[in-house]
Design a protein around this ligand. Structure first.
Ligand code: SAH
Ligand code: SF4
Length: 393
């Protein structure tokens, strides 16, 4: 567990200031093709040019056109005149004592999001945001206190991966400026989880397109088996996600009774536990090799009894599942406490005995407020009455 310690905080800009030109970094093949057509690249060359740029942007991490040695000089100049390869701009970068990194990133319209990188010995997980804020109001989640500002574009979602790879030196031949806690393997980002700000299934198309770019075998090559989407339970979108994106799935379950889940995860009033689990059972490709992760936040005296643990394993009985117990991460003004460690262990033992291995997620980056559910940028959730007044004005 992390303790408070020196936080290295770098004030931006770490990356170049945002250019006036539109960025090509983070675009999909089709959008890239359109941009190239706009500057007069002949139709018959488009495919080849897209492939060239694709390799530079997604395999080598190019941040400028002048390094693209296999692209003719005058074309490089035209590209640089019209376009840039900017990533989201860094406002702050924090490095936890455990090596976890949190970036506050600014988008071209001035809105902020957060991205978190969690290194381990043999892997590195990048936790990315899908929306600015969230429309949902799960009572234990800090992001839930922030109103939804807007959906992120696919480019902004992919941009978080590019920026993180820049900062941790995860491109061929690159070196990290600060190597604290980085994994020993060649690739520093092996997994991506959509567990940052927002409900990804409420930004379905952009998240799906971003996952396709991330998984592209000629580019970033983060296989779909290593991408996990976490949802609070937007039931009708779950089968569609399986068909159209096919990544791994995580469900924010957090309670085994509707009465309690209605309170903790209010979307449960619309799609209760039974319907949610039905959608899980039918998830395309589900098997013992491709299990669904059920996330369960440990709230002291709320959902952490042994009875709850037993009910949890009963509930998930015939679903190929992993269980992830998340110690509650407190945030200023939160109404809950994290379960006592002893209680978490007892709860985990029941889950463990039912055949689920290593069910407790160790909290990472708590000293920099980077842990699950602690993410929140500056915008504050309006009261419903204020929103209504705003809408009527
Ligand atoms: N909106 C999506 C994904 C983002 S939240 C979802 O809800 O699934 C990622 C995970 O962190 C979810 O399981 C969420 O319930 C959990 N979480 C939120 N706040 C938390 C907190 N304060 N402590 C621990 N986990 C939290
Ligand atoms: Fe939104 Fe997920 Fe937080 Fe709920 S837990 S408020 S769905 S980000």
């Amino acid at each position: 567990m992390t303790t408070t310690a020196t936080i290295q905080e770098a004030q931006g800009p770490k990356t170049a200031r945002a250019s006036a030109q539109a960025s090509l970094a983070g675009l999909g093949r089709e959008a890239l093709r359109d941009r190239l057509a706009e500057i007069g690249i002949p139709e018959r060359q488009l495919r080849m040019r897209v492939n060239q740029l694709w390799g530079w942007i997604y395999v080598r991490g190019a941040t400028a056109f002048d390094v693209m040695t296999d692209v003719a000089k005058d074309l490089r100049a035209t590209l640089a005149e019209r376009y840039a390869l900017d990533r989201p701009q860094i406002v702050t970068e924090q490095v936890s004592v455990d090596g976890t990194r949190k970036w506050l990133l600014r988008l071209p319209d001035g809105k902020d999001i957060e991205t978190v990188y969690i290194p381990e010995e043999d892997r590195g997980t990048l936790c990315i945001s899908s929306q600015i804020g969230c429309t949902l109001t799960c009572t234990f989640c800090h992001t839930g206190t922030q109103r939804l500002v807007r959906n992120l574009t696919a480019q902004e979602i992919v941009g978080q991966i590019l920026l993180a790879r820049d900062r941790i030196g995860d491109w061929p031949g690159a070196i990290a400026e600060d190597p604290t806690g980085l994994p020993s393997g060649e690739r520093k980002i092996t997994n991506v989880v959509l567990m940052g700000m927002g409900e990804p299934l409420y930004n379905f198309d952009n998240v799906r397109d971003a996952c396709a770019i991330a998984a592209d075998g000629e580019g970033l090559s983060i296989s779909k088996r290593r991408i996990t989407l976490s949802t609070s339970g937007i039931v009708p979108e779950i089968p569609r996600w399986g068909d159209e994106a096919g990544t791994m799935l995580a469900i924010s379950l957090h309670a085994v009774r509707d009465e309690l889940r209605d309170e903790l995860v209010p979307i449960n009033r619309k799609w209760p536990i039974a319907e949610l689990l039905e959608a899980c059972r039918a998830y395309p490709g589900l098997s013992n090799a491709k299990r669904i992760t059920f996330e369960y936040v440990m709230l002291k005296g709320v959902n952490d009894s042994i009875e709850d643990a037993k009910a949890l394993v009963r509930l998930l009985k015939r679903i190929p599942a992993k269980i992830n117990l998340i110690p509650f991460n407190p945030w200023p003004g939160s109404a809950y406490e994290c379960s006592d460690w002893e209680q978490i262990e007892k709860f985990a033992e029941v889950v463990n005995r039912a055949g689920y291995a290593s069910p407790v997620r160790s909290p990472r980056g708590r000293d920099i407020m980077a842990a699950c559910g602690q993410l929140k940028s500056a915008s504050v959730k309006q009261r419903a009455s204020e929103r209504l007044a705003g809408a009527q004005a």
